[in-house]
Ligand binder design. Structure first.
Ligand code: NIG
Ligand code: FE
Length: 417
């Protein structure tokens, strides 16, 4: 039982010594083997090397059950790791899209009962089976677009029953879909209407009721808070993170999207795996991140969609930080999970180099979801999640051809999808 991909134009993101993340100036290089083969056995990367070894008979792969794929003219990449999504949701919010075009801000739309609360209302009225079916359609869409690992947040429930409904749907996706899934509890995504004048009581509910139940059913790997102006304060965030940590939930935060919210500092203080968005990042935030193991994660799809200022990716990388990129796939601020487009936005909007965006959507985003020991690069023993591109002239063509789908064959856990 195995797969042998031969004549690969370039095998991308190869590692002889696997790293957990790539920082600063190291982000501008990517391991690459031209004219290569890749051998997959039992769902893992078993070997890779130069085609010359096969031609000269140094390496012989004969034996039962090895299927050969000829990738002449084509590239093989490790699958994208999308470390920040809200892909489990019901319905859609294109009406608000028009409001945005007419000039209303994200916060104004939220203030009128639109935004996250609108999605929470629709989700409440949608059965668990229907929510699963709608979500799996999007999961299949991102698999075809090259994603092999995805983090999915709750946060459109905003009451115990509906948060559990979302988390169970994420759990079923984990079980039945071929990609790797990590689950994050985001009860603190917005303050529900009933708690509008008493946000602290909603925070109490999250701490005293939601977190213990979510943890007791083992429904989440991580915990998240939307720590930003108009949503949750640093104090709320600290209380929630402490409660989560008591139950073994590692923090990943929404931070500094709408203001210098203190979210980055709070995330670092509680050893968050990642802090995400970061449009409002200054020298102080960069200094704090430099002293940490927290992965700065940028979401250029939502910054583009909402017309937010771009986060200072160049400044971060020049200061020696690692950077991850993720899609933020959600109905309100980033209705797309196309990680190849995210690579292009990284280059076009954030002025990252093609090599830097490749590192940002593979190994660094794997780190941001706790998966970089097993995913995010081509290294022996890692899970065989890869895709074969269409014929293309160079790897830089991937982010350059920003509107073309260049992903041809998807292989997850060693199986062609
Ligand atoms: O990551 N910033 C907070 N939450 C989501 C938006 C979710 C929504 O609008 O539905 C985000 O952009
Ligand atoms: Fe988000």
């Amino acid at each position: 039982m195995g797969l042998l991909i031969i004549n690969i134009k370039s095998l991308m993101q190869t590692e002889n010594v696997a790293r957990l993340k790539v920082c600063g100036k190291d982000m501008s290089s990517v391991g690459k083997l031209d004219d290569a083969y890749l051998l997959i056995k039992n769902g893992v990367i078993s070997d890779f090397g130069s085609m010359d070894e096969i031609r000269k008979g140094i390496r012989v792969f004969e034996g039962s059950g090895i299927k050969e794929i000829n990738a002449a003219g084509r590239f093989v990449f490790p699958s994208f790791c999308d470390s920040h999504t809200h892909i489990v949701y019901a319905g859609s919010r294109e009406k608000e899209f028009s409001d945005k075009i007419s000039g209303l801000s994200y916060e104004e739309i939220a203030g009128r009962g639109g935004g996250i609360l609108n999605s929470a209302r629709i989700l409440h009225e949608t059965s668990e089976t229907e929510l699963f079916n709608q979500s799996v359609e999007r999961i299949n869409e991102i698999i075809a677009l090259g994603t092999g690992a995805v983090e999915i947040k709750s946060g459109y429930g905003l009451n115990l029953g509906d948060e559990l409904k979302m988390l169970r749907v994420i759990g079923r996706i984990k079980e039945v879909c071929p990609l790797e899934v990590r689950s994050t509890f985001l009860g603190a995504h917005a303050v529900p209407d009933e708690y509008k004048q008493r946000r602290e009581s909603y925070v109490d509910l999250i701490i005293n009721e939601m977190i213990p139940v979510v943890a007791s059913y083992d429904l989440a790997d991580y915990i998240d808070v939307f720590c930003d102006r108009g949503f949750f304060t640093v104090e709320d965030t600290e209380r929630i993170l402490m409660a989560g940590l008591k139950h073994g939930l590692i923090p990943k935060l929404h931070a500094n999207e709408l203001d210098y919210s203190g979210g980055i500092q709070t995330g670092v203080k509680y050893n968050a795996l990642s802090v995400d968005h970061l449009e409002y990042t200054g020298d102080e935030e960069i200094r704090v991140l430099a002293d940490s193991d927290t992965m700065p994660t940028l979401l250029p799809g939502s910054a583009l969609f909402l017309g937010l200022p771009d986060p200072p990716a160049r400044k971060m990388i020049n200061a020696g930080l690692p950077v991850a990129l993720a899609s933020d796939y959600n109905p309100g601020s980033s209705p797309s999970g196309n990680m190849k487009l995210i690579m292009s936005l990284g280059c076009i909007r954030l002025k990252m180099l093609p090599e830097e965006v490749i590192n940002a959507v593979t190994i660094n985003s794997a780190y941001a979801m706790g998966l970089s020991e097993t995913h995010g690069s081509i290294a022996k023993g890692k899970v065989a999640n890869v895709f074969i591109t269409k014929e293309m002239p160079s790897y830089e063509f991937m982010p350059y051809a920003f509107g073309s789908n260049l992903i041809d064959t998807v292989i997850l856990k060693g199986r062609i999808i």
